[in-house]
Design a protein. Structure first.
Lengths: 419, 419
């Protein structure tokens, strides 16, 4: 396994974790553009743009792009988050040249008006799909309630209203403000011909004009509250709870992940034994998520509506007890064993490994081998975990619930607004 | 591709052990299929197989339920358990040196579960939660409607059963289902990853060799003549399912049928994606796939679309299915072959994906197809062969399921009940 890197004159960074033994190659263009970089008016444009990138360039129609992606037999897709848009493909090593040529071309899309109008319909269907799917927007609503006017309080998909109002010109302007080569990392994992890669990217992307694409990193507020939404047709009640946690650049995040595993992993955690094993809840999980400048702990709970209050009380007791007494040596050992094994299993596929390699570089220009990451988790002590709880009290939560309950904790349910 | 060896041994008690050594991986994975699927649920106890699956994981051998999970987690085993129609399956992926110990635990699960009566009510609640949460999963519900109409009872059953059946089940039912269905004759244990065959064989012989065979349970099939079911639900989208008869995996023509469905649905240049999503913007999610029981198969399609465009979506879907009988093109087949071949090579990167494929092959064929054989079959596919198959078996006699605010108009004569 060898790490290699190169920076083009226009600022585009190329990194690769090369494994000559691998069966496949994974390639990703990681763009630092997500819903936090939008304005309220433009909400949803990052994700919509991600779709439009597959709609072609001056030399390729949308059908050409789809056909060529399939011709190289690739497993390809893209996704958008609050912080990044990632275009990726996994393919057999002999297709490296074709894949690089194709992806680097589509990253300069034409954004044709007729494609824009058609794809808008697809995005609106995507929003409607999530509207029909548990937890019925509880996650998005909780992010909005927790972050309030902070940029992370913007929903990745946007709303039916904001997406309907978007124009092609607005998207083009947004593209020109975010898709600077200096704001993009090209990452590869698996079997990689690095010299050929650099030469080709220089040819394909070397003329991309660089410009400043700053991102505002604002401190996050510490909001607390409970919002109850009524959805009659839902069978279960869905609850999302958010507390502040360590940011992506904060070394405490390793301890945060260990803490999340002890308290809220989907098996063998405290929440599992109290709520899942007993059949009191359908799911109960707690995990940590990091962003630039801030992070969060998110609890997800689904259960029979009438058990909502009792289960929320149980979650609170679990958290308060941890806050008071920390975690045990046995729990620590068990959590580490799970995390380390997960890291090993994940890293066997270049297509999985790609995301940690690319993401780490995009977020903070760091490359870590799987072993280095494992060592970091090994070093976590009970004190580290306890320190996290002191620093980020999990009792300070923003909670949103959606379901057929008409009242939770004395708060009357409001009708669920349109997506 | 490295030389692939697949080992097989059938023990005296009927248990089949399969192994595919993958020396380049750090992991190993197993799949253990016992012939205890929901096909064997008594009619008034639908959901019993799922309840038994939950109960056998609440302690086994010398471990109580907590020790069971703790030990697996210390081994770094990422495990799963699920009920299908024919089998209850247990599986896990882990660092290779944990495999034998994990198998020892599962030898206890299937032979010496504690089935603790004091946990029966908790287990019943867990199963009830699963049934309730499925009610909120509209795409899954459409597939269940389709399966019920395509296969009748018991092959079209919901694997998690029905609320009434789980409510009626007793601890005695659990005992008798376990003793009637958890048996080595008809069970398959497949292992893939960094393992040595001689050692594995000896260890499995020691762990499973004394498992006593039992008489096989019989499932009594009751076909159905229902071909269309439209259920009214409050939802943003209408969820559409279409099914039609196809050949099972073991049929000599299976790959002809699979090839035709691939042209319909594999990849972004496939017909459904192009016609439904790209050209008309009717849906975000649209696909078709082959589904196979041992002796019969189906093609099942899905699209989720907003209410006002649902009729058009159904019409376009049906038109594409009917048009398939006119044949496929060379370029479509070439792309499909590239995609399937890449997928086959990439299976080599995942022990869990190989362990489940190997077990499935054995169940359907009584042997395991090697990569070379599969590549040979793929190379042998031609437009002529697929078109010949399609001409003889044109998609027809459609089964239709919808979930949405209002029912759709079903064109006359497309399903056998109307013809």
């Amino acid at each position: 396994m060898e790490f290699r890197q190169h920076k083009l004159d226009n600022g585009l960074e190329i990194i690769a974790e090369c494994n000559p033994q691998a069966y496949s190659t994974a390639l990703g263009f990681f763009v630092k553009a997500g819903s936090r970089d939008e304005t309220d008016q433009l909400n949803g444009v990052s994700h919509f743009l991600e779709h439009m990138v597959f709609k072609g360039t001056p030399t390729r129609s949308a059908a050409d792009v789809n056909r060529e992606l399939d011709e190289i037999g690739s497993m390809s897709n893209a996704f958008t988050t609050e912080e990044q848009t990632v275009y990726y493909a996994a393919f057999l090593p002999e297709y490296q040249g074709q894949a690089v040529a194709l992806l680097s071309d589509i990253l300069r899309p034409s954004l044709r008006e007729e494609d824009f109008a058609m794809e808008k319909k697809v995005i609106l269907e995507e929003i409607a799909k999530y509207d029909d799917q548990p937890p019925y927007g509880a996650h998005d609503r909780c992010m909005v309630a927790h972050f309030q006017s902070h940029p992370l309080g913007r929903i990745v998909l946007g709303s039916t209203q904001s997406v309907s109002a978007l124009t092609r010109q607005q998207m083009l302007d947004y593209f020109r403000s975010r898709y600077s080569p200096s704001n993009i990392v090209v990452a590869l994992t698996g079997r990689v011909d690095f010299p050929r890669l650099v030469e080709q990217l220089d040819r394909c992307c070397g003329d991309w004009e660089p410009f400043e694409a700053p991102r505002q990193i604002l401190p996050a507020a510490d909001h607390q509250g409970l919002d109850v939404y009524y959805k009659e047709s839902s069978v279960q009640q869905y609850i999302v709870q958010i507390a502040n946690g360590p940011a992506v650049e904060d070394d405490h995040r390793y301890a945060a992940r260990v803490l999340g595993t002890v308290l809220g992993d989907d098996s063998g955690s405290r929440m599992f034994w109290e709520l899942i094993d007993t059949g009191l809840a359908e799911s109960a999980a707690l995990g940590s998520y990091e962003f630039q400048g801030t992070g969060l702990f998110m609890t997800y709970l689904s259960c029979a509506p009438e058990d909502t209050q009792a289960n929320l009380d149980t979650v609170r007791q679990i958290i308060e007890q941890a806050q008071r007494d920390g975690v045990t040596d046995e729990e620590l050992r068990q959590a580490k064993s799970k995390i380390l094994s997960h890291l090993v299993l994940q890293s066997e596929r270049p297509a999985n490994r790609l995301f940690s390699v690319g993401n780490n570089w995009l977020q903070h220009r760091v490359y870590r081998t799987v072993r280095q990451t494992m060592d970091r988790y090994q070093q976590i002590t009970r004190d580290d975990v306890h320190a996290i709880l002191q620093r980020y009290p999990l009792t300070h939560t923003t909670t949103v619930t959606v379901g057929p309950q008409t009242e939770v904790n004395g708060i009357a349910a409001r009708p669920l607004p349109a997506a | 591709m490295e030389n692939q060896s697949i080992h097989h041994h059938t023990f005296d008690n009927g248990l089949v052990l399969l192994a595919e050594p993958m020396s380049w991986l750090e992991s190993a994975a197993f799949a253990l299929l016992v012939p205890a699927g929901c096909n064997y649920d008594p009619g008034e106890r639908l959901g019993l197989a799922n309840l038994v699956c939950e109960m056998v994981q609440r302690g086994c051998g010398s471990r109580d339920s907590r020790q069971f999970i703790n030990d697996l987690e210390l081994l770094g085993a990422d495990t799963s358990a699920s009920v299908a129609n024919a089998h209850t399956s247990f599986g896990g992926a882990m660092p290779a040196d944990s495999l034998i110990e994990a198998l020892q635990i599962y030898a206890d699960v299937v032979q010496r579960p504690l089935l603790p009566e004091d946990q029966f009510e908790d287990a019943r609640l867990v199963c009830t939660q699963e049934i309730r949460s499925l009610e909120d999963d509209l795409p899954q519900r459409v597939f269940h409607q389709l399966r019920q109409m395509r296969y009748g009872d018991p092959y079209g059953r919901k694997t998690c059963g029905e609320f009434a059946g789980v409510q009626a089940a007793t601890a005695d039912d659990v005992q008798s289902f376990f003793h009637g269905t958890y048996r080595p004759n008809g069970a398959i244990l497949s292992v893939a990853g960094n393992v040595q065959w001689p050692e594995l064989l000896a260890q499995v012989e020691r762990m499973f060799g004394d498992w006593q065979p039992r008489q096989a349970a019989m499932a009594i099939p009751t076909p159905t003549s229902e071909t269309c079911r439209q259920v009214s639900v409050e939802a943003s989208q209408t969820h559409i399912g279409i099914g039609y008869a196809s050949v099972p995996y073991s049929h000599p023509d299976y790959f002809q049928a699979r090839g035709a469905v691939g042209v319909l649905s594999d990849g972004m240049s496939s017909r459904l994606f192009t016609e439904v999503r790209e050209n008309r913007g009717l849906a975000y999610a649209v696909f078709a796939s082959c589904h196979s029981l041992r002796d019969r198969g189906s093609v099942m399609c899905y699209a989720g679309t907003s209410t006002e465009r649902a009729q058009e979506t159904l019409d376009v879907l049906l038109a594409e299915l009917i048009k398939l009988a006119d044949g496929i093109r060379e370029d479509e087949l070439a792309r499909l072959k590239a995609k399937i071949k890449s997928g086959l090579v990439m299976q080599q990167e995942s022990s869990s994906s190989r362990s489940t494929s190997v077990a499935a092959d054995w169940y359907h064929l009584g042997r395991v197809r090697t990569m070379d054989e599969l590549v040979g079959i793929l190379d042998g596919l031609s437009c002529e062969s697929i078109n010949r198959y399609l001409a003889a078996h044109p998609p027809s006699d459609f089964t239709i399921a919808t979930l949405g605010v209002k029912p759709l108009e079903i064109p006359f004569g497309i399903s056998s009940a109307q013809a």
